[in-house]
Design a protein around this ligand. Structure first.
Ligand SMILES: CC(=O)N[C@H]1[C@@H](OP(=O)(O)OP(=O)(O)OC[C@H]2O[C@@H](n3ccc(=O)[nH]c3=O)[C@H](O)[C@@H]2O)O[C@H](CO)[C@@H](O)[C@@H]1O[C@H](C)C(=O)N[C@@H](C)C(=O)N[C@H](CCC(=O)O)C(=O)O
Ligand SMILES: Nc1ncnc2c1ncn2[C@@H]1O[C@H](COP(=O)(O)OP(=O)(O)OP(=O)(O)O)[C@@H](O)[C@H]1O
Ligand SMILES: N[C@H](CCC[C@H](N)C(=O)O)C(=O)O
Length: 579
């Protein structure tokens, strides 16, 4: 991720000053800081004997000068504030280690975890007969806490305002106008739509940037990041950096993990887009309802107070949750659909796809006083990309309204839009058709294959695997999606991460029939699998290499080896004399 390595100036500040400045400029943060003080006071009052002692501790921390916020104990330098966040799987030993490491340098620590409870667990021996009493263990914990080289303030609700706090600190050092933010959520389509929104707004005169799976920054100069949605510090620093580089619009991807963990708190999201929800990440979310609820946070003004517009795909079966949340937040709700028989704000009334792209008859009625019927052409492949285009156009209309950029201008610009790298990306060949795509969910793979099947005169081939250390339940579903949509399937490795690739392949094969085995080739080495497809496919066939898209590595046992599907495919085509 592009990150500022240091704050704009090295001047120190304290929480009281931030609060005073916020009272003048930004009531939201002032409210948040008051809430922090109230929550901490309440928490402290249960630990210290008097409210007076609690407010004394708060005052001390509020007046300690500091330089930067840090969320990672390994990066804490002298005069930094360390914010200790809970780990997704609670682990007291791990959190204590982070606390000790940070305390060596930190000016003070804001802790989401009750520090007394954290130390008390260390003081309770595993054998009950020699256990300290609860009181003893609490008082030992208090002593341990007091002996740390810096104060620790328990702020259980810190995630509710952490992004605001970090941004106010950056702004206090040097004020910057922040870009407007369009955020996209959903299982599939986030990268594509965010990049389309950035291109569209740029073509209509804005300075735009993106943040997501394919990287962060200006299109054409993206810097790869560790996460689709970075942590609160990374995303706020990036927002600030884009503001200081005069970006007027940031189109970002809101992953369900990011929303659930409030990594985007404080992002000035004004337009929120929902694409779809299908099986993925059930290693993290308990079920689809919980997964949907995480996505719905993006449409809730309580979480994103700058929201004005919600843009929702009503062809999706989980759309109602988003619609309800958006309506409850009194947003302007625009819907989109590929079904001409439905009532939606943006409808693709006719779709004429080909292997060169698509022609769309767009029908819109978004309250500009007229009903628009517009003919649109796009080089993007795949029926689902028509939905992505509708979402992007709707967002561009919402953003463009302030500067009077109308739907006609936006619709004309669509012809110039490029798809995201590694999504339905055609790799040139003399014959056949070879495509690299990022489908890594059963639904995405089904949609990609269904779209290509309509253009395929010969056989349709699918080469794919499943990632390790990710939702294992989707593995047989991916294999079945491939087998249902393609004539020939080649199962291979994706990013095994710390898992055994053979075991992942076995998981994928669960429930496969004899007929399915007959048209399946299993080749764990991904390069060989791609070469096999290139050598076997006939001139009328279409081959899709799915799952890794833009990725330039294959991750095996924590090591990332150079691996780029499009490069490997190109070499295989050259070697086979097909280019
Ligand atoms: C399940 C999940 O989301 N885990 C994330 C979570 O890890 P965790 O809760 O186990 O926490 P942890 O690593 O103990 O860190 C807890 C806190 O301690 C800090 N820390 C950590 C280590 C240390 O030595 N010192 C220290 O202070 C961390 O900075 C953090 O603030 O917090 C970590 C720090 O921010 C993340 O790196 C980690 O992402 C893991 C690596 C991950 O794989 N996440 C994936 C699933 C993810 O988030 N994916 C989505 C995209 C999904 C999609 O396709 O849609 C994404 O947005 O990228
Ligand atoms: N609207 C859509 N509906 C279904 N599938 C889609 C849609 N858009 C894209 N896809 C499929 O999903 C793949 C990933 O697309 P994209 O990168 O845009 O999604 P994403 O939500 O950003 O994914 P991730 O966050 O997991 O990286 C594409 O390569 C394509 O196969
Ligand atoms: N953002 C997704 C990407 C998956 C891509 C696929 N190639 C894999 O490694 O599973 C994830 O981290 O689950």
């Amino acid at each position: 991720m592009t990150m500022l390595t240091s704050s704009p100036t090295s001047a120190t500040v304290n929480l009281q000053q931030l609060m005073d400045a916020s009272n003048r400029n930004d009531h939201r943060l002032a409210q948040a800081l008051s809430a922090m003080i109230a929550a901490s006071a309440q928490a402290l009052a249960t630990q210290t004997s008097t409210n007076q002692a609690a407010s004394a501790q708060l005052n001390t921390v509020a007046n300690v000068p500091f330089q930067r916020f840090r969320l990672d104990s390994r990066q804490v330098a002298p005069n930094d504030v360390f914010v200790l966040l809970k780990s997704h799987t609670p682990n007291c030993q791990k959190s204590r280690d982070y606390l000790y490491q940070a305390a060596k340098n930190a000016a003070f620590i804001l802790s989401e975890i009750d520090p007394i409870a954290l130390f008390a667990t260390a003081n309770v021996p595993p054998h009950a007969n020699i256990a300290l009493s609860t009181d003893d263990s609490q008082s030992v914990a208090q002593q341990q806490l007091d002996s740390l080289p810096c104060p620790v303030l328990y702020v259980p609700n810190i995630r509710d305002f952490l992004g605001d706090l970090i941004q106010s600190h950056l702004q206090h050092q040097q004020p910057v106008t922040l870009p407007a933010v369009v955020a996209v959520t959903g299982t599939n389509g986030k990268t594509t739509i965010s990049q389309l929104v950035a291109q569209l707004t740029q073509l209509t005169g804005m300075s735009s940037a993106v943040m997501g799976t394919a990287g962060n920054g200006r299109l054409g100069a993206l810097v790869q990041a560790s996460h689709t949605t970075g942590d609160a510090l990374a995303v706020q620093q990036f927002l600030y950096q884009m503001g200081s580089e005069n970006a007027e619009l940031l189109a970002l991807e809101a992953s369900s993990h990011g929303l659930d963990q409030q990594r985007l708190q404080g992002m000035p999201v004004s337009v929120a887009i929902y694409t779809n929800l299908s099986r993925d990440h059930l290693d993290y979310h308990a079920d689809m309802a919980e997964y949907a609820a995480a996505k719905a946070r993006l449409f809730d003004k309580a979480h994103f107070p700058d929201l004005t517009h919600a843009i929702i795909n009503i062809d999706d079966e989980h759309a109602q949750v988003m619609l309800d949340t958006a309506h409850a937040s009194e947003l302007t709700v625009w819907t989109y659909s590929l079904d001409a028989s439905k009532t939606a704000t943006f409808i693709a009334a006719k779709i004429k796809p080909s292997l060169q792209g698509v022609e769309i008859s767009l029908h819109t009625d978004f309250g500009d006083g007229k009903i628009n019927n517009l003919d649109i052409v796009s080089p993007l492949l795949g029926r689902f990309n028509v939905a992505n285009l509708l979402a992007a156009m709707a967002a561009a209309v919402a953003i463009g309204a302030k500067s009077n950029v109308g739907i006609e201008r936006i619709a004309t610009a669509v012809a110039q839009l490029q798809g995201a790298v590694g999504r339905m990306q055609r790799v040139p060949s003399n014959d056949g058709c070879f495509i690299v795509d990022y489908a890594h969910t059963p639904d995405a793979l089904s949609q990609v294959l269904a779209s290509l099947k309509t253009h395929c005169k010969g056989q349709l081939w699918a080469v794919f695997g499943c990632g390790g250390d990710r939702d294992a339940g989707k593995r047989p579903l991916m294999a079945q999606a491939g087998l249902a949509g393609a004539d020939q399937v080649i199962l291979t490795a994706d990013n095994p991460r710390t898992e055994d690739p053979q075991m992942i392949l076995q998981d994928m094969q669960a429930g496969m029939s004899a007929e399915q085995y007959q048209r399946t080739h299993i080749e764990p080495a991904r390069q060989k699998a791609i070469e096999y497809a290139v050598n076997q496919a006939a001139a009328d066939d279409i081959v899709v290499i799915a799952g890794k898209g833009h990725e330039t590595y294959q991750e095996i046992n924590n090591v990332r080896y150079d691996f780029d599907d499009s490069v490997i495919l190109q070499h295989a085509l050259e070697h086979a004399g097909r280019v």
